[in-house]
Design a binder for this molecule. Structure first.
Ligand SMILES: [Fe+2]
Length: 207
């Protein structure tokens, strides 16, 4: 009888130990899994993708690379600088920004490439667009606020089509995404703005 009790106690101890060990391992595995999911989530979405915006009717393919988009064009000089990055906030070198905009009377050059051109990011993912401030214009029944059109992307990568706007423009409406509105400062008669683009970039997952 004593032997039977002893065996029952040993059995119970074994079952309890097994149960505790099993749940501990499961809980540890779950917490490790959650941690790695959280880390990968943080790594992949730390920098939010820049909002897209409509292409509009005035895009023209084949614009040349230009040091100064506003070279020889009358208007208030505007310099936009910034970076092009992936969603892990890593700079993308050799990304191309294909830029087109209206002039200081609100018109596009639909015959040539005035105020149309490409710039490329350097090794730090930095770009400079040296241009003039575009004027707002009427498009059908609506007034478009001042804006600069861009297609941004690296070779063989997805391209972001978007527009940049100017803080304080009275023609801004709810149609324009507020995250695309640039703060502009005046420095000795030159308008200056900074804008960082975050775009999809498949190579980021191979790093
Ligand atoms: Fe436009």
């Amino acid at each position: 009888m004593k032997n039977n009790n002893f065996l029952i106690i040993i059995g119970l101890v074994a079952i309890i130990s097994f149960t505790i060990t099993f749940y501990s391992i499961t809980a540890f595995a779950q917490s490790t899994n959650q941690t790695s999911t959280l880390q990968s989530h943080q790594q992949n979405s730390f920098c939010k993708l820049t909002e897209s915006d409509m292409l509009g009717p005035f895009y023209k393919e084949g614009a040349p690379f230009k040091q100064r988009l506003g070279e020889g064009v009358e208007g208030e000089r505007l310099i936009i600088t910034g970076k092009v990055m992936d969603t892990r906030c890593q700079p993308i070198k050799d990304a191309i920004l294909d830029v087109w905009q209206a002039n200081s009377t609100g018109e596009y050059d639909n015959n040539g490439f005035t105020l149309r051109g490409k710039v490329q990011t350097n090794n730090n993912g930095t770009y400079i667009i040296d241009t003039i401030v575009p004027k707002e214009y009427a498009a059908g029944d609506i007034n478009r606020p001042s804006h600069i059109h861009l297609k941004v992307g690296a070779p063989n990568q997805p391209t972001l089509t978007t527009q940049l706007y100017f803080e304080g423009d009275p023609y801004l409406t709810d149609m324009e995404d507020k995250s695309l509105v640039m703060k502009v400062i005046d420095e000795n008669g030159t308008k200056k703005a900074n804008f960082d683009f975050v775009i999809e970039h498949y190579n980021q997952y191979e790093k």
